[in-house]
Design a binder for this molecule. Sequence first.
Ligand code: GLN
Length: 308
Amino acid sequence: MQNYQQILEEIQLELQPYLHKGTVANYIPALSKVNPNQFAMSITLFDGTTYSVGCSQSRFSIQSISKVFTFTKALNIYRHNLYKKVGREPSGNPFNSLVQLEYEKGIPRNPFINAGAIVVTDALLTHYQKTEKTFENILTFIQEVSDNQNIGYDPMVWRSECEHGFRNLALANLMKSFGNLENEASSTVETYFKHCAITMNTQELARSILFLANHGIDPINGKKFITSDQAKRINAVMLTCGHYDASGDFAFHVGLPAKSGVGGGIVAVVPKKMGIAVFSPRLNSWGNSLLGTKALELFTAKTGFSIF
Ligand code: GLN
């Protein structure tokens, strides 16, 4: 077996020269207040063993990583019908772009760009009927896959995004104008912002994603969350769309299904082996963690654990 702790420590050391590269997301004012020079990385194996370096117990805003969980939930409820409202093709555009949505008549390319995730939240709102109940169900699901009741959200980040989320409201309204939003644009984006404001640390995130590395079944406690077929498809969408217009670049350098968030987190799946999470708030020009991406590239290079 590989010496995972040593590998993580090597990665941390090799990344030192890059620690001050990139910029923290500032379009959500509350996010710009985090200490930019943080780094954490954790891996969790199928027997629950976890290896970490850095501030792996400090929670951060998971932001778009939450889209993996909402997509999973909505797929569970709506099955194939979900794809009437949202596609599963890479967008080749930034995560918050309005342009493509206009000429593709309000059907977002995939569930991981903002427009697609808003449609997914809208579908969950329709199912659960009330905003509070919808959020509760999303949070409960994340607690279940993490096997951790203590996970919650940051109300300051939520409020901050509600006050400044102009583009997301525009995306929701544009989709509403095309008839692809069932609920009110404002309550849909507020619920979307709330699940983006959920906070977790890298240890919790690495644990939470294990079911996707094991055909939909939690390898530690045996709970079945989704079918093997669904797990395969969610991983496929993570690989092709998980890093927006940098998804190709990420697949090229890292070669794992993964999802990033503007809070600086990335989760990655090593099929049949482990869950990985990295955190570093400085982002590259595509809005993905700069150090996080490099850390994952180093990890797959050192271990040979890419899917290719
Ligand atoms: N809440 C963020 C937004 O809607 C999520 C974006 C992200 O993490 N890429 O802009």
